[in-house]
Write a protein that binds this ligand. Structure first.
Ligand code: FAD
Ligand code: FES
Length: 271
């Protein structure tokens, strides 16, 4: 079965937004879940977060970092991908927490709109904090202004909003008010460092882990992570976990196990 790309655009430097027709996914998708996409019969499977679901469509937002995401970014509206498997993974813990802070870094910002909407529906107060290296890498800020009660924009170089990191804003907020729950979604190093801010206050903090995934169904073991000393498979037990229990060093080491194969694959694709 083919899944048609109904809308495709580049929404920030090298970051693409696709709306894909996938009624079975859209109907059941919840915040925190992802899809595994395969472009054609020879393609590898890659996991991408469901950033929004509306009518028969799902939205994915991705950065073109290697062979498969570059190939995906070259597809145009009206073209199709071969497989969209999902929704996969456990939904986030969506309940009435009270005062919630959602932090997105880089392409991780794409995960926030569906989460903000779901938490608002549960009656939470929602503050979004989004950060990127510079303003050209910021995404979905207009949409998040609508979805959140308050949105704080940060850039590392000060080109837009607060000059600094989301962690700086979070630390200040933790001093000023009671926060009941925090979500942090972005690169592993950013999630590790930012989540340290909530350790002293023991504020419940979720992160969405991004280990290498292959089948996305708990069979291959490639997404193995350690959480609270237990082995978990991020694709079926997560991808969201308690930030304070994650073995970050193991995660980051395992993310880097195929660099030469990834480079070779990209070089062959570019030739
Ligand atoms: P490659 O050159 O093959 O790899 C580049 C880097 O991407 C690698 O070093 C590795 O860290 C990572 N990667 C490679 N293959 C995989 C794989 N099969 N699974 C996971 N990571 C891999 N990226 C986005 O831009 N937007 C998203 O919404 C998004 N959601 C994700 C949700 C989950 C649950 C996970 C696990 C990852 C998500 N990613 C997302 C990361 C995305 O899957 C990788 O960027 C993509 O697989 C890279 O493939 P590539 O062939 O283009 O690059
Ligand atoms: Fe294979 Fe999770 S991706 S077990």
């Amino acid at each position: 079965m083919a899944y048609k790309i109904e809308k495709a655009s580049e929404i920030a430097d090298n970051i693409f937004e696709f709306w894909i027709k996938a009624p079975h996914v859209s109907k059941n998708a919840q915040a925190g879940q992802f899809v595994v996409i395969r472009i054609d019969e020879k393609g590898e499977r890659i996991p991408l977060t469901i950033s929004a679901a509306k009518d028969d469509l799902i939205r994915i937002v991705f950065m073109a970092v290697g062979k498969t995401t570059k190939f995906l970014s070259s597809l145009k509206e009206g073209e199709s991908v071969l497989d969209v498997a999902g929704p996969l993974g456990q939904p986030g813990e969506l309940k009435k927490w009270g005062n919630c802070v959602l932090i997105g870094g880089g392409v991780g910002i794409a995960c926030l709109p569906i989460l903000a909407k779901a938490l608002k529906e549960q009656g939470n107060q929602v503050t979004g904090i989004i950060g990127a290296r510079n303003e050209n890498l910021l995404l979905l800020s207009d949409e998040l202004e609508q979805d959140c009660d308050e949105l704080v924009i940060c850039t590392d170089d000060g080109s837009r909003g607060f000059h600094g990191f989301p962690a700086d804003i979070l630390k200040k907020k933790l001093e000023d008010e009671k926060i009941d729950c925090v979500w942090i979604i972005g690169p592993a190093i950013m999630m590790k460092i930012t989540s340290m801010a909530t350790i002293p206050s023991k504020t419940k903090t979720f992160v969405s882990l991004n280990p290498i995934m292959v089948d996305g169904t708990g069979m291959c073991g490639s997404c193995r992570v350690s959480v609270g000393g237990e082995t978990k498979f991020a694709c079926v037990d997560g991808p969201e976990f308690d930030a304070h229990l994650v073995d970050w060093d193991e995660l980051m080491n395992r993310q880097r196990i195929y660099p030469s194969q990834e480079k070779e694959s990209l070089d062959n694709f570019n030739e």
